[in-house]
Ligand binder design. Sequence first.
Ligand code: ADP
Ligand code: MG
Length: 290
Amino acid sequence: ATPMSIISGVGRAAEFGVLVRDADALQRASSLDTLVFDKTGTLTRGKPQVVAIKTANGFTEHQALRFAAALEQGSSHPLAHAILEKAGDEGLPTVQNFRTLRGLGVSGEAEGCNLLLGNQALLSQQQVTVRELEDEMASQAAQGATPVLLAVDGKVAALLAIRDPLREDSVSALQRLHRAGYRLVMLTGDNPTTAKAIAKEAGIDEVIAGVLPDGKADAIARLQREGRRVAMIGDGINDAPALARADVGIAMGGGSDVAIETAAITLMRHSLTGVADALAISKATLRNMK
Ligand code: ADP
Ligand code: MG
């Protein structure tokens, strides 16, 4: 293995918009067998939209959307953007005691009501039953939408179905990686049903869903203990510990600074095609050296 050929490999990668931190990173990238992808913003466009609202317990769509949007004003989650966009920001009530519950949702008080907004885990943790909306929730999730639930004073008030389509080039890039022999895994905080529907559409082999932000690095470590050599591909602040834990962390271009600082490889473009390019170049470089 000559250092020169590695350096030329790093240079060649740069021509493809792939920034490799050092020679060691390129070497590790050449011997991976498992690729783990963050879902939101990596496989998907990361610009989710509200596609349906279903209410319960006498609430109107208008009331539900106002409360949901009021809460999401305090959140920077992609789901929050979707809800705020749908509601418009006119005349939203003021929220007191706002809290972010990582991996679960948000809570607060408005117009004298206690509000909760997030996934089923959040509502059941707070002993709110979702029976009235269970069927709708299952059917939205099976179609690949993320169900976000609103509870008002301990009663479920609405389900907002939010859809974040795959990036245009995700499927073809994943097919290329599959043909190259990698096992493809999705890692997400989203619920298993939604995650599986999207994984199927994307051609992903394995889904690890319902993972809290702190659990992403542990999920990578588990795969490593099974003997797999793992790359993590992500873009969010949440993804940084997993990017650091993986044999190779790959940050999507335009993602969070923390992700880029942590990753061994950074893609200049926000596209999975760069992942396939990066791994092909690493293999070709190391093959030439043998
Ligand atoms: P990911 O980035 O993989 O989608 P997160 O950990 O950010 O995972 O979120 C996990 C889940 O928690 C989301 O799918 C959603 O159900 C819920 N959630 C988190 N933040 C919010 C929020 N601001 N509004 C509504 N739901 C949220
Ligand atoms: Mg993400």
